[in-house]
Design a binder for this molecule. Structure first.
Ligand code: PLP
Ligand code: COI
Length: 354
């Protein structure tokens, strides 16, 4: 497909791989598309990365009608560029769109646009293990209107960012804090959609966690404050008696694409996997009787992130010996081998950009 490309007059330089953090090294171009009721989604184009101009009354700024995605592109050893499960991200974006009254995207069209954008920005894709090109598709409501209703106009855009590790800890175990007073989302709400407001709702508890030396919050269910849901930017897995256990998708948890990938790999390896309710009390007693051997989070930004401590009130659950657990490592190695094209992708998860 032919899409209009306006090249940037000035281009930037990718930071050295060892200087890459998360979310600051933006590339030179972005993909943009507009929606109006009469034209539908139209005018898909690549433009220089630049500020948007919009009304201060734009509905997204007041009522948070915004959805986004997070996925990554990688460089393979034979210098190809590949996307990991990109179509699944756009499928999830369309689910979020339905949940937030936003018109759905034509997945083939945006995949085509994304591939052209990533190809144009090839020099921004770092190659060291742990680095990648992070892709952030976003849709925002743009009607200048202060009444509460769904917008009639929207903007879709994709920005790209060279990234390193999401956590300062890298692959070293992170410490997470369970809040007894805050909730992220409730069944029937928008917790299962990737919408801006879920992250706004998490900030207060996130800051409290940080002040106490914890990387993120582990959320409990909003109804009983008893069952584990997920972590700030990751789904969560436990190894209990050698079994892989993760909270089931209760309606208030983000259905993580890395989560699905971990479950698929585990089943392929013959592990017993249970998606079920897990109470914080069960984790406390599994820690006491020694049956809890590993905990890790899964997410696009963090990939696999071992958890070394869970704090719940005055109880600290310590997991492992301060180094990443064997099973967490196995998942990290298997996933990254597929993502970086070092291992054959038998699941059809990667898409090479020709
Ligand atoms: N849960 C939340 C709240 C997230 O923000 C993310 C990150 O996208 C995840 C889970 C993991 O999802 P995925 O594996 O699709 O990145
Ligand atoms: C991701 O893992 O892609 C996320 O979106 C997490 C976060 C940066 C919000």
């Amino acid at each position: 497909m032919d899409i209009k490309v306006t090249k940037a007059a000035k281009t930037g330089t990718r930071p050295k791989d060892e200087d890459l953090g998360f979310g600051t090294a933006f590339t030179d171009h972005m993909l943009v598309m507009d929606y109006s009721v009469d034209k539908g989604w139209h005018d898909l184009r690549i433009e220089p990365y630049a500020d948007f101009s919009m009304s201060p009354a734009a509905m997204v700024l007041h009522y948070g009608q915004a959805i986004f995605e997070g996925l990554k592109a990688y460089k393979t050893p034979d210098n190809k560029i590949q996307l990991f499960r990109a179509r699944d991200n756009f499928k999830r974006m369309n689910r979020s769109a339905k949940g937030l009254c936003i018109p759905e995207l034509d997945i083939d069209l945006v995949m085509d646009g994304l591939k052209q954008l990533v190809k144009l920005e090839e020099k921004w894709i770092p190659e060291t293990l742990g680095t990648s090109l992070y892709i952030r598709p976003t849709i925002i409501a743009t009607d200048p209107f202060l009444g509460v209703r769904s917008s009639f106009t929207f903007k879709f855009y994709i920005i790209l960012c060279s990234v390193g590790a999401y956590y300062a800890e890298g692959f070293n175990p992170v410490k997470i804090w369970v809040s007894k007073d805050h909730v992220r989302a409730v069944r029937g709400g928008v917790g299962e959609f990737k919408t801006a407001g879920n992250y706004a709702a998490s900030l207060n508890a996130g800051e409290l966690a940080k002040k106490q030396g914890y990387a993120q919050v582990m959320w409990l269910d909003a109804l009983e404050m008893k069952y584990i849901e997920e972590v700030g930017a990751m789904n969560i897995f436990f190894i209990i008696n050698g079994e892989l256990v993760t909270p089931d998708l209760s309606g208030s948890i983000l259905p993580g694409i890395t989560r699905y990938s971990v479950i698929t790999l585990a089943q392929k390896w013959g592990m017993t996997v249970s998606e079920r309710k897990i109470s914080i009390d069960e984790i406390l007693s599994a820690s006491e009787d020694g049956s809890l051997t590993e905990v890790f989070g899964s997410g696009t930004a963090a990939v696999i992130s071992p958890v070394g401590e869970i704090r719940y009130g005055d109880r600290a659950i310590n997991i492992g010996d301060g180094t990443p657990g064997k099973i967490s490592m196995k998942f990290y190695d298997a996933l990254t081998a597929i993502q970086y094209g070092k291992e054959k992708d038998t699941e059809n998860w990667v898409e090479v950009i020709e």
